[in-house]
Ligand binder design. Structure first.
Ligand code: PAF
Length: 286
C-alpha cells in the first residue's frame, strides 16, 4: 500500500495501473462502517484508492474541525489490512491551495434536514467529492447509508456533472445497542453512548409500526420524536419520514422511504436513518 500526499503522486500511481478504479472516501478515524465501505469498494474494483482528508469546508465551526479525531497510524493499519492499494492523504493546502475560490453548490435536496441545521455543509461535501472524483477518476465510489442525505447529494453531483461513476451504498453498521457507528461516537462517554442508542430505538419504533401497517407519516414521525424525548440526555433537532430519493416529507408512508433524525447527546451530534424499498449494496433494505 502506498501513501501519498499530492495530486501528482495520485495521478502517477493511477497511470501505472489498469482496470477498474475504486474509491473509498473518508475523513479517517475509521470504524467498522468505513471497513464495510472499503470492503465493498475492494470487491468492486481492481485498484482501490482510499482518501483520508478532514475537509474544513464541510465543518461549520473551527472547534468541530479541530476536535475531529485523527488517529492516522491506526487508520493506515486498517486500510492496509483491508487491501487498499493507494491512500491519498493530502494536506489542506493541496486540496485548497492559495487562491482557491470555486465551490460546488448543490441544489434543494441539500437545503432540508441536515442542510437546515448545517448550512454550507453539503456545499463543502460536494466540492471536495467533486475534487476527489476529478483527481482519482474512480469507476466506482462507495458511500455509507448512515449519511443518507449525503448519498443523495453525491448522486445528484454525479448526474449533473456527468461523472461516469457507479455509487453503491452500503448499509449502516451498528454496535450491540444499535447505535450507528460514527467517528464522533468516540467523543461520547460510556454513559452517553448508552443513552445515544435511543436514536436507534426511536427509528426502530417507527420502523416496527410501519412494518405492522401504520401508513400515517406524521404518526411515524411522532413515534420517533416521542421516543427521543423520553431520554433526558437527548436533544432532538429534526425527525423526518420522507421519500427516500427526493427527501420530500410524506403524508402517507410509502416506499421508497427514509425515516431519519438528528439529535444531540451531550455535545455530540448524532444522525441516523432507516430506509424502506431501497436497494443497498449486499443487503436487503434496512
Ligand atoms: O462521509 C464522509 O466521511 C465525508 O463527508 C466525505 C464523503 C469523505 C467527504 O469529505
Amino acid at each position: 500500500m502506498d501513501i501519498v500526499k499530492t495530486r501528482a503522486e495520485v495521478r502517477a500511481a493511477l497511470n501505472r495501473t489498469t482496470g477498474r478504479v475504486g474509491l473509498a472516501a473518508t475523513m479517517g478515524a475509521l470504524h467498522d462502517g468505513h471497513v464495510a465501505v472499503t470492503r465493498a469498494a475492494r470487491a468492486e474494483s481492481d485498484f482501490l484508492v482510499a482518501s483520508l482528508f478532514v475537509n474544513p469546508a464541510q465543518f461549520e465551526g473551527a472547534d468541530d474541525f479541530q476536535t475531529y479525531p485523527r488517529p492516522f497510524e491506526r487508520d493506515m493499519d486498517i486500510f492496509e489490512r483491508e487491501g487498499v492499494d493507494l491512500v491519498w492523504a493530502p494536506p489542506v493546502e493541496e486540496v485548497y491551495p492559495d487562491g482557491f475560490e470555486t465551490y460546488v453548490e448543490p441544489g434543494p435536496i441539500s437545503h432540508r434536514l441536515e442542510g437546515e441545521y448545517r448550512p454550507g455543509h453539503f456545499r463543502g461535501v460536494a466540492t471536495v467529492v467533486a475534487k476527489l472524483f476529478n483527481v482519482i477518476r474512480p469507476n466506482v465510489a462507495v458511500f455509507g447509508q448512515k449519511d443518507w442525505q449525503q448519498t443523495r447529494v453525491i448522486d445528484a453531483l454525479i448526474r449533473d456533472f456527468d461523472f461516469d461513476i457507479e455509487m453503491p451504498v452500503v448499509p449502516t453498521v451498528r454496535n450491540g445497542e444499535g447505535l450507528a457507528l460514527s467517528s464522533r461516537n468516540r467523543l461520547l462517554s460510556d454513559d452517553q453512548s448508552l443513552a445515544a442508542a435511543i436514536v436507534y430505538r426511536a427509528l426502530k419504533s417507527a420502523a416496527d409500526a410501519y412494518e405492522s401497517g401504520e401508513r400515517d407519516a406524521p404518526t411515524l414521525r411522532e413515534l420517533v420524536a416521542s421516543t427521543l424525548a423520553a431520554e433526558p440526555r437527548c436533544r432532538t433537532e429534526y425527525v423526518s419520514a420522507a421519500h427516500a430519493f427526493t427527501l420530500d416529507e410524506l403524508d402517507r408512508a410509502a416506499e421508497p422511504m427514509v425515516i431519519s433524525c438528528a439529535a444531540y447527546v451531550g455535545r455530540v451530534r448524532l444522525i441516523d436513518n432507516m430506509v424502506f424499498g431501497v436497494d443497498l449494496y449486499g443487503a436487503e433494505a434496512s
